[in-house]
Ligand binder design. Sequence first.
Ligand code: SF4
Length: 501
Amino acid sequence: MDITLIMLDRRGALTVDSQLQDSDPTDGQKPNDHCAVVGICGTDESFPYILASLKTLQHRGQESAGIATYSDGLIHLKKGMGLVSEVFSSRGNFNDITLEGKVGIGHTRYSTAGSKSMENSGPFLVSNSVGHLAISHNGEITNAERLRSELLKSGMTFRSSSDTEVMLMEISRNIVNHGIIPGLKLSMERLKGAYSITLMINDRLFAIRDPMGFRPLCIGKFQGGYAAASESCALDTIGAEFLRDVKPGEIIEIMPDDIKSILTVPSKKLAHCMFEYVYFARPDSIIDGREVYSARVALGRELAREYPVEADVVFAVPDSGRAQALGFSMESGIEYSEGLIKNRFSERTFIMPTQELRNSALKLKLNVISSEVRGKRIVLVDDSIVRGNTMKRIVDLLRKAGALEVHVRIGCPQIISPCYFGVDMKTKDQFIAAGKTVDEIAKELEVDSLGYISTDGLVRSIQKEKHDLCLACVTGEYPINVHGPTAAGQSELERFIPEDT
Ligand code: SF4
């Protein structure tokens, strides 16, 4: 694990101290979201609130974590590779360093643009004639490569391959040339793609969401201050009252005693990511007015209506398919049971070189309760299927445990197209559903029947208008122009590497 401590002094000089420790890939069986962002303003010490929020949002990124605070003309930054608890633990040897400041931002990362490395981890810092800037970003900038070339030509330099740094440099240039608010507005006009960010400009804190609202971002109030976070569950953790979502295209300034909506850039179309409701977000979060848990139960109910089946028991693929499975059980009247048990302490696995090792890796994560499986006709519900390898092995586990029939129901339509807006689904060849019929997929998974929720059923369950959602990975219709894999700014080698293919 790399841990770096950086201090930016009044003149913007960098002091860097880093340690090399072991690195660890994250679990690749499900797609990963890009990041979580947090911002706190107003308390005597923002650091503990940011830390608690980041721990709550750990599910949005496990590669790296970082916090930047501002006090007395200084930016204090601590970041490192690994989980939040690893980066900010006593083992990190940074016990004696306090990140002082009433204002600060935090970040956890899973890379979708730019490789997994310390220099690509957030928050990012830069100094200019206006002062010190620090940014945390969730999403993906689709025109990052073009902007990077322009910025390089204008004499700017980069430390990383991350699109977040491109965004920061673009903002930095624009606020120097035009002032803070006009500069931010100009940046929003020039940056394309998905971004929910928290941004510090000296001691001023901003929460900004792209005009289509791809990724979530919300605002809360707690005793002595205000907070911005990717998901409302983080506000619950720090005892903050949820105030509202940041509107698509909105810039909010978060001050110690108030929040101020200072600008909204209009957009003709919204594109809230449907996958937040299907899988990414925690079920206890509320995103754009819809409780994630309720949406997932509704997905399960819809599945039961669309693909009824005669069976004895409903199982979830734990943990992500649980709410959908409950919904299926409630709607169908088929009993819900826990037939698969997940080892809570095996979240992170390594890429296994042989089939035998890959099978034992799955057993480390999941096991069956034989008495619940033997002689039963099972409905197995999961939130989504990307590659299908894990589903295939779970079906095999159930059959070996004596299941009579296995009927798979999936709370997301077939994933057939890459995502360029902050999710690590970058190439079509990852997807089991690309170019295949449902019958062909069922045969490959060796299941008795297979049902994917329809796109209309998905939209009904989320309770949003279809034109307000991004559905690109299941329809192939992108809400904004993209230019294939290069839009993600990734080389072949940096693309998503499946754990078990
Ligand atoms: S392409 Fe899919 S995963 Fe990506 S933002 Fe759109 S709905 Fe979400």
